[in-house]
Design a binder for this molecule. Structure first.
Ligand code: SF4
Length: 334
């Protein structure tokens, strides 16, 4: 008996990738579900393997989760095709993911790639010319099967080789989800995620902070943890390029604790208050300024002067300051 044809299905937690993997699995292809994950949000659940395995149980394929945060972050800093509305480099993101998948195809002897892409569904990366450009850049020309839209796309190598047939695939296009819902019902999928703007790089508030960071800091000094920090606290950029992050509540303060290294940390001595982290402090005047910002968010006691302790690898001390006035602080808020 001949060996089954192997393929990798790029899977997210959305319905389209579940459907695509299921269609190909049912056609007798030996499918491995590949979920590439980048983490720019320290507050999200990190137990991805079991979450995706549970979600894909009805598909019946093995799942491999690949953590790609660091190399992915380097691409996000300088995407050749630019960003969408936020800091989402969708075209380069796909090229990056497909290149990564190609390496795993070679490693496990897979013949082609499957995606849940639907022609015309998303503005930036799912128009036909862009789809072809992306697969060419990834070195996977004619090797990406998109089962949901395959019949309105040119034949791929797996079709030409007779491993799969056009009439077993679909001709879905556009943003309407009716066909996908009907297909999900026919497969008996009970639980699946609705399509959502799940990528943090498309989030407007997050993107605004990321753009400020990219504008003020030398990109070569940035690390992925700088992007993680954007999810936490209140952010301020002073006119002199000081970056100050103020914990909003206990959870923020707990997460911020793990980002102290290499940054200045400020906390009130006598009253309850936030953990405040700062970068770019050059002199005593700026130390005092951040202490005043810290004081602004300290308890609501009557004291007008707060004692604020600061600490870094260079030095630590206690400053007595009055809170900064909101009319000075507010224009710096991002
Ligand atoms: S939305 Fe995010 S995950 Fe999706 S293609 Fe764009 S950058 Fe990549």
């Amino acid at each position: 008996m001949s060996e089954p044809i192997k393929a990798i299905a790029m899977i997210s937690s959305g319905l389209d990738s579940m459907l695509s993997a299921k269609i190909m699995h049912d056609l007798g292809i030996d499918v491995l579900g590949l979920h590439c994950v980048f983490r720019f949000d320290p507050t999200v659940d990190t137990n991805t393997q079991s979450r995706i395995e549970k979600l894909f149980e009805p598909v019946g394929i093995p799942i491999r989760v690949e953590e790609i945060t660091e190399p992915f972050f380097q691409m996000v800093l300088n995407p050749p095709h630019g960003y969408g509305k936020g800091v989402n480099p969708c075209i380069d993101c796909k090229i990056f993911m497909f290149r990564h998948a190609k390496k795993i195809m070679q490693e496990i002897g897979a013949q082609f790639l499957i995606t849940g892409e639907v022609v015309g569904q998303r503005p930036m990366s799912q128009h036909k010319p862009t789809l072809f450009h992306i697969e060419k850049e990834a070195g996977l020309r004619h090797l990406i099967v998109r089962p949901l839209s395959a019949r309105i796309l040119p034949p791929t190598l797996p079709e030409e080789n007779g491993w799969i047939h056009r009439d077993q695939l679909f001709d879905i296009s556009g943003r309407n989800r009716k066909s996908q819902m009907a297909l999900a019902e026919s497969f008996g999928f009970q639980i699946y995620n609705q399509p959502a703007g799940g990528c943090i790089l498309t989030d407007p508030a997050y993107s605004k902070r990321a753009k400020a960071l990219l504008q003020h800091r030398d990109k070569s000094t940035l690390k992925s943890e700088d992007f993680n920090l954007l999810r936490l606290g209140r952010h301020f950029w002073t006119k002199d390029g000081l970056h100050v992050i103020v914990g909003r509540h206990e959870d923020d303060n707990t997460y911020l604790e793990s980002f102290r290294n290499g940054r200045w940390a400020f906390e009130a001595v006598d009253v309850t208050g936030p953990l405040v982290l700062a970068e770019g402090i050059q002199n005593d005047e700026e130390l005092r300024l951040v202490a005043q910002i810290t004081a602004r968010y300290c308890g609501h006691g009557k004291a007008e002067i707060f004692r604020i302790q600061y600490e870094s690898v260079e030095k630590s001390d206690i400053l007595e300051v009055v809170p900064i006035r909101d009319e000075i602080l507010d224009p710096w808020r991002i």
